[in-house]
Design a protein around this ligand. Structure first.
Ligand code: TXA
Ligand code: MG
Length: 349
């Protein structure tokens, strides 16, 4: 592919999520080393990988996703030691966070090493690093021997992909290889934090919660934007990606919060039906709602199930061509806060 969206043949390889076949991993690794694009599973969502040190490969990646050039990429690494080649310095607090949470769904924003091309960090002086836990991601990083820049493997603006099928729908014909290892575990993207000396600022909520980070760091704050405070398109923000339209299916999403959310959702449902609209619903098991377009994502007290199923449910309802999606909110605590962050953004889109 030239990067202008011209079609390439995408090879889809099935791999065992726990014990991937080294020969298949090598096929993907060779493509990465040659500057190609490989979609692969992580524990959070599928990523679309390119050699992080190759400006050309990274430019192809932006084109394949249709991603705005001002939105920097997360660089995935196979060991903590690799951070020293990508970050200009790794402060002691960042090391403590790596020791505690890597491999896993925590991304650290650190001062950029001069060798990282400007394309990868969208011209920023910082670099985002993460060491994923998924055995397939880990094997790919080991075999490739290069750091892998990887945003979520969706077309820009769409919900992140939690299955290989989602990746296929968005990117077949635009990428070289898709490693299919079944659905991902966590379902929402990694927690992104900026580390400045003894201060940790959460730029994007995820399954590594502020409370968990406080076990290692004394000063942890959540950036206003990660708490849902509105950010204008031309405002300079710490995490540029969060200002772009995100997590959204192509139909309107309405989110219901508060004690009377089920009643409010039911009456919105009735009204929409009376207008002749097809209504999709995402709710907890306790909602008691049933219909062909209702997706129940588990009990209220298990936000991890809500997180795991959320993007697949949004995509499925999109495919079912409903006119509007009504969503029951959950308690914005722990992982629930990350889920609600994504839902509020989807509802704004
Ligand atoms: O779980 C994940 O993080 C997945 C998997 C594939 O690892 N990746 C992912 O990447 O969600 P992406 O590109 O969809 O989201 C990356 C986020 C964006 O909001 C981006 O703006 C932010 O990280 N980011 C990247 N580099 C940054 C930097 N230097 N400073 C601040 N934010 C940065
Ligand atoms: Mg993304």
């Amino acid at each position: 592919m030239t990067g202008s969206g011209q079609s390439v043949e995408t090879r889809r390889l099935s791999v065992d999520p726990h014990h991937p076949d080294p020969d298949e991993i090598e096929v993907a690794a060779a493509v990465l080393r040659a500057g190609g694009l490989v979609a692969f599973p992580t524990e959070t969502v599928y990523g679309l990988g390119a050699d992080a040190r190759s400006s050309q490969a990274v430019l192809r990646l932006f084109a394949a996703k249709g991603r705005p050039a001002d939105n920097p990429l997360i660089i995935h690494i196979g060991s903590i030691d690799d951070a020293a080649h990508l970050a200009r310095e790794v402060p002691p607090l960042a090391h403590r966070l790596m020791d505690r949470f890597w491999p896993g769904p925590l991304t650290l924003v650190l001062p950029k090493h001069p060798e990282v091309p400007a394309e990868t960090t969208a011209g920023l002086d910082t670099v985002a690093l993460r060491m994923p836990e998924h055995p397939v991601a880990h094997a790919l990083l080991q075999r490739a021997g290069v750091a892998i820049a990887a945003p979520s493997a969706n077309r820009s603006g769409r919900p992140s992909p939690t299955t290989a099928e989602h990746v296929w729908t968005d990117l077949a014909g635009r990428i070289d290889v898709l490693l299919d290892a079944g659905p991902t575990q966590v379902g929402v993207e990694s927690t992104v934090v900026q580390v400045d000396e003894d201060q940790v600022t959460v730029l994007r909520l995820g399954s590594v919660t502020p409370a968990m980070i406080r076990e290692v760091a004394d000063h942890v704050e959540v950036h206003p934007h990660a708490r849902g405070v509105e950010v204008g398109m031309d405002e300079v923000v710490a995490s540029p990606g969060t200002k772009h339209r995100h997590y959204a299916p192509s139909v309107p999403v309405r989110l219901f919060e508060g004690d009377d959310r089920i009643e409010a959702l039911r009456s919105a449902w009735v009204q929409a039906r009376d207008r002749g609209q097809q209504v999709g619903i995402i709710a907890t098991d306790e909602s008691g709602l049933t219909n062909e377009h209702v997706k129940l994502l588990g009990p209220r007290d298990r936000p991890e199930e809500y997180a795991r199923g959320l993007y697949a449910a949004l995509r499925a309802l999109d495919d079912e061509s409903v006119d509007v999606i009504l969503v029951e909110g959950i308690e914005a605590e722990g992982l629930g806060a990350a889920v609600m962050d994504r839902l509020r953004r989807a509802a704004k889109g």
